[in-house]
Design a protein around this ligand. Structure first.
Ligand SMILES: Nc1ncnc2c1ncn2[C@@H]1O[C@H](COP(=O)(O)OP(=O)(O)OP(=O)(O)O)[C@@H](O)[C@H]1O
Ligand SMILES: [Mg+2]
Length: 1017
């Protein structure tokens, strides 16, 4: 309601007299609509929107008004809003941030408020239509009243019956399917009820991504933008799911299943027809149902004739199974769809219909021509011929009128136009007509349009320049001309920062232009475009829009036949895209083929490089042995050629592999070789990565100067402007500090790395850093945060695809759960991480997971199994670096004490002398436990006390609590035996209890309580 006019100001109130949950959304939509309207009138205006509780007063004139702090602030926001802008306060922003594009501004000072108020500027509503660009039609809408009414009836039914309706609009290209849907949307928009309209389109190539259209629908729902980086895509998905679904377990499941649709990990296509896919279908349907339950949902899928079987079966599933919610699915399709799937549109009976669009009548076509030409046209023979050729196809009408105009084939004749010799120039098919129009273009313009056709229905000048051979100025001018001649049109905003955005006027123009390109030219262009997409954000590589780069690489892959000399290179690129998209299995397959291709052609450099990549993929997947074999083979191949960056890179990879397998000394040799080569060829980036690994390896042989290497690597990375390399260096710095100074220092470095990753969208490294953050958090005693983050990360890597990280994460989580008494759950997790971890075999993994597995066995009452694992760990770390032996010592010693096996702990202590502070505390703890096991309580008390202080300073809360528990236990026993110097036992136990209780470490709290009870008696 409009509350009042104040001078030239207007105040509107939403949610009075009755409030709706979407009042903030209504207010912001209204504000944007008002601005757009006054902009057309060229009036300056500004708007402030605020949300909160107000007092509604009825004054003596019996009109209502609202007052309160919220109103004052709203007025103030309006006062400081930029002209032509909508400024919103925090509550409004929170309630609507998924729905609108917001730009944070500098907080404003408001009278009567101590702190500046944070404000956001609403830029635009987020694409409720997915990524397709919308445009106002150029012609009046003619002759489809019946069809439009049928759509409206299904809409009413969906709402009234809360049922699912599937309407397929079928017809020839250009007959008006999309237009009909557009007019239907105008009807929906004009309805009083709020409805969610989500639209996606199928890509015009079969081997594209099966569920692309569904991905667009989800993107629109979640407010995901083109070129959003994966981290924000994931965050938006989480927000959307959280805002839609109540139950946390359900949320987790949905997020995991929805993520692949947004290009975040996993490929739903790879598993067509499997139970796996059935589960995804269920999840996607459940999500759409939940959305529809809150507000009627329209799902529009354009160009269904291009969809593959997988998407069709999902839509069938949706229409058959969804129930009890208002959901209308509208699909548009050319006749091919019905050729391919004759049963389409008949099921489910009664809820699925097909609206077949017939040609327009001659009368409507004549009306359309007149509207297009802006004047009546004389009804002569030429006009009749024209009508015949148009055959009721409005797109043909549009195109032909443009052509007649272009070619000067119209003559003014008083108030009417007359066609001149039209029959000579009328091609008989729509495609031929469009081709004829393209022929009228100058060769450069036509070439530009063809390149644009490769990019997509929507395209950017940058992508066209990337194809090559063009001058930016000239390109802009050419695009203007193409827009003026109505082949393309400029979009209002752009989805790519700093780039103008254009779209084809009609799909079919794009198809015809694309079809004119020879195949070889298409391949080259798809690759150039994919490379441009990679470059758009520099270092972000493909992560900036994996799905899009991916689509181009897949497309070029489909075009390059087996045996083509170029195929291996394309495969390598496609593999990289797949890997970044989280489809490790597919990446592996593509690389195998690439390696084979390079080898077949005797291209050692290509093969070696691809093998080094393959080694990395395998390593992350936890297949360390294969990775090592591959890298060795790669080096052997590369050594046959003059040394270059490929060899330097492979040596570096080998250095890393050897280091992670627990042989730091040998790693140093490889790294030296990599660095010498890198220096010789001036490859600073390779040097930068080698330095950080060298630092870590030096540290492991007890040379603490390694830290300087890692620091230098960070600095070098920053200086060189490297993204990935610098982020990795931060991670390694964090790992070093984690050992030397404690988890707080570690987390600070990781966070610096994460910040860099966020800024540059380096998703894959961000994931690794986050895994380390989980470790720091659990050390710091922030267990709830650690668990939440671990779950979030694990959800992204189901099936432990990235086993190397997944194994450690799962173990961390299981450890916390076991400490908190959830033993059964911990045991189930252990059964998953233990075998995978053993396969990996690297000491940094085994020394992490074996003690946790042993601890879980002990907690589950299987002391023998726990001991067997300790023995296994002892053997595994016997000949390796000391740190891997020192790290698990506290847990090992405690298990040995429980089993009364001091000699096993003793054996473990040999070779565990690592210099870093962390390990000194580990050793102190182990000595304490061992002394206690051997009954030397006095000595034990001393070590426990030192360990407790050490861990406290270092910042590992659980160990501090356990050391205090040990100290208290020893002190209390000494007191009971009458040999204590001072009665400290109960006080120390009390301190231990407080710490353990804060962690929620229930089993240890219970043990502390037993000790306290014992000491009281
Ligand atoms: N009933 C109509 N009245 C006036 N103009 C129309 C009508 N139907 C379609 N048009 C115009 O004709 C052109 C082609 O229509 P549209 O894009 O809807 O075709 P389509 O059937 O979706 O084609 P395609 O199969 O290629 O997607 C558009 O410019 C549209 O505005
Ligand atoms: Mg269409």
């Amino acid at each position: 309601m409009v509350d009042k006019f104040i001078g030239d100001g207007v105040m509107g109130v939403f949610g009075v007299p009755s409030a709706h949950e979407d009042d903030p959304e209504r207010a912001v939509r209204c504000a944007l609509a008002v601005l757009e309207a006054v902009e057309e009138l060229q009036l300056p205006a500004r708007i402030g929107v605020n949300t909160g509780e107000v007092v509604v007063v009825a004054d003596r004139h019996y009109t209502e008004g609202v007052v309160g702090d919220v109103v004052n602030t709203a007025a103030r926001l309006e006062g400081v809003a930029p002209v032509g802008g909508v400024l919103v306060g925090e509550a409004t922003w929170r309630a609507t941030r998924a729905l609108f594009e917001y730009e944070p501004l500098i907080p404003v000072v408001v009278q009567g408020k101590a702190d500046p108020v944070p404000v956001w500027r609403a830029a635009s509503a987020r694409g409720r239509l997915g990524v397709t660009v919308d445009r106002a039609p150029a012609t009046p809408f003619l002759g489809r009243d019946g069809e439009l009414r049928r759509l409206q009836e299904h809409y009413q039914r969906a709402l009234a019956e809360r049922s699912v309706q599937l309407v397929t609009v079928g017809g020839e290209p250009g007959v008006g399917k999309s237009r009909l849907v557009r007019e239907f949307r105008a009807f929906v928009d004009a309805r009083p009820e709020l409805v969610n309209w989500r639209q996606g389109h199928c890509l015009p190539y079969g081997e594209g991504i099966s569920f692309w259209a569904l991905g667009e629908v989800l993107k629109a729902q979640a407010g995901v933008l083109e070129f959003d980086d994966p981290a924000s895509v994931a965050a938006k998905l989480a927000d959307t799911v959280a805002g839609t679904v109540e139950a946390p377990t359900e949320r987790q499941w949905l997020e995991t299943r929805l993520a692949p649709l947004l290009g975040l990990a996993g490929d739903p296509q790879a598993r067509t027809g499997t139970p796996e896919q059935a589960e995804s279908f269920t999840a996607w349907r459940r999500f759409l149902e939940t959305v529809a339950a809150r507000r009627p949902l329209m799902v529009v899928v354009e160009d269904l004739h291009w969809a593959d079987g997988a998407l069709l079966s999902f839509l069938h599933h949706l229409a058959e199974e969804a129930a009890g919610v208002p959901l209308l699915v509208v699909a548009t399709a050319r006749p091919e769809l019905f050729d391919r799937d004759p049963g389409w549109g008949r099921r489910p009976a009664g809820r699925s219909v097909t609206i077949a669009l017939e040609p327009l009548s001659d009368a409507d076509t004549a009306g359309l021509i007149a509207a297009l030409l802006g004047r009546a046209v004389g009804r002569d023979q030429a006009h009749a011929t024209l009508l015949g050729r148009i055959g009721g196809n409005p797109l043909y009408a549009e195109q032909v009128c443009r052509m007649l105009d272009d070619r000067g084939l119209l003559e003014g004749d008083g108030g009417t136009l007359r066609l001149v010799a039209a029959d000579t120039v009328l091609p008989d098919s729509l495609q031929a007509l469009i081709a004829a129009r393209l022929d009228t273009l100058a060769p450069e313009l036509r070439a530009l349009l063809q390149d644009a056709a490769v990019v997509g229905t929507v395209f950017w000048p940058g992508a066209l320049l990337a194809v090559g051979g063009r001058d930016p100025e000239r390109t802009r001018a050419d695009l203007d001309e193409l827009a003026q001649r109505a082949f393309i049109r400029a979009a209002r905003g752009s989805s790519v920062a700093g780039e103008a955005e254009y779209a084809f006027w009609h799909n079919l123009t794009r198809e015809v232009a694309y079809g004119q390109l020879p195949r070889a030219a298409r391949i080259a262009r798809h690759r150039a475009v994919a490379a441009w997409i990679e470059r758009v954000a520099g270092d972000r590589a493909m992560t900036l829009d994996v799905a899009r780069a991916d689509a181009h690489y897949r497309r070029s892959l489909a075009l390059v036949p087996a045996g083509d000399p170029d195929r291996a290179r394309v495969l390598e690129k496609a593999a990289e895209a797949a890997q970044q998209a989280g489809r490790a299995v597919q990446a592996e397959r593509l690389l195998d083929e690439a390696i084979e291709g390079f080898q077949a052609r005797g291209d050692h450099l290509g093969a070696g490089d691809a093998m080094a990549r393959q080694a990395r993929v395998r390593w992350y997947r936890g297949e360390t042995a294969q990775a090592r074999r591959l890298i060795a083979d790669a080096i052997a191949l590369l050594e046959r050629e003059p040394p270059g960056p490929e060899l330097a890179d492979a040596c570096l990879e080998m250095g890393k592999e050897v280091w992670t397998s627990g042989r730091p000394q040998e790693a140093l040799d490889w790294l030296r070789r990599a660095m010498t080569l890198a220096e010789r060829i001036g490859a600073d980036d390779i040097r930068q990565r080698a330095l950080q690994i060298r630092g870590c390896a030096r540290d492991e042989i007890g040379d603490l100067g390694g830290l300087d290497d890692v620091r230098e690597s960070v600095e070098l990375g920053l200086r060189l402007g490297l993204g990935r390399g610098t982020a990795l260096a931060y991670g390694n710095l964090g790992a070093e500090l984690f050992e030397l100074e404690g988890p707080a220092a570690g987390i600070r470095a990781m966070e610096a790395g994460l910040e860099l990753c966020r800024r540059r969208g380096i998703n894959e490294v961000a994931h690794w850093l986050s895994v380390s953050v989980v470790e720091c958090l659990s050390d710091l005693g922030r267990w709830d945060d650690a668990l939440a983050l671990a779950d979030q990360l694990l959800a992204r890597h189901r099936d432990l695809d990235q086993a190397y990280e997944g194994v450690s994460l799962t173990a961390r989580k299981a450890h916390i759960l076991a400490c908190r008494g959830a033993v059964a759950e911990a045991v189930a997790l252990k059964d998953r991480f233990l075998p995978r971890g053993r396969d990996i075999g690297d000491p940094q993994v085994t020394s992490n997971i074996l003690p946790i597995a042993a601890f879980i066995e002990q907690a589950g009452g299987s002391l023998d199994a726990a001991l067997a694992l300790v023995e296994e760990l002892e053997r595994a770390t016997r000949d390796g670096p000391a740190c891997y032996r020192a790290d698990p010592l506290p847990m090992v010693a405690r298990i040995c004490r429980a089993a009364d096996r001091p000699e096993l702990a003793e054996r473990f202590l040999a070779g565990a002398d690592a210099p870093a502070a962390r390990y000194r505390h580990c050793l102190a703890t182990a000595h304490a436990v061992l002394a206690e096991t051997e009954g030397d309580l006095e000595v034990a008390l001393g070590h426990y006390t030192a360990a407790a202080t050490g861990w406290e300073e270092f910042g590992v809360v659980l160990e501090q609590g356990q050391a205090l528990l040990g100290a208290g236990r020893c002190a209390a026993r000494l007191e009971a035996a009458g040999s204590a110097r001072a009665p400290l036992g109960r006080e120390v136990l009390g301190r231990a209890r407080a710490i353990l209780d804060r962690l929620g470490a229930t089993t240890l709290v219970a043990e502390t309580d037993r000790q306290l009870a014992e000491s009281a008696s």
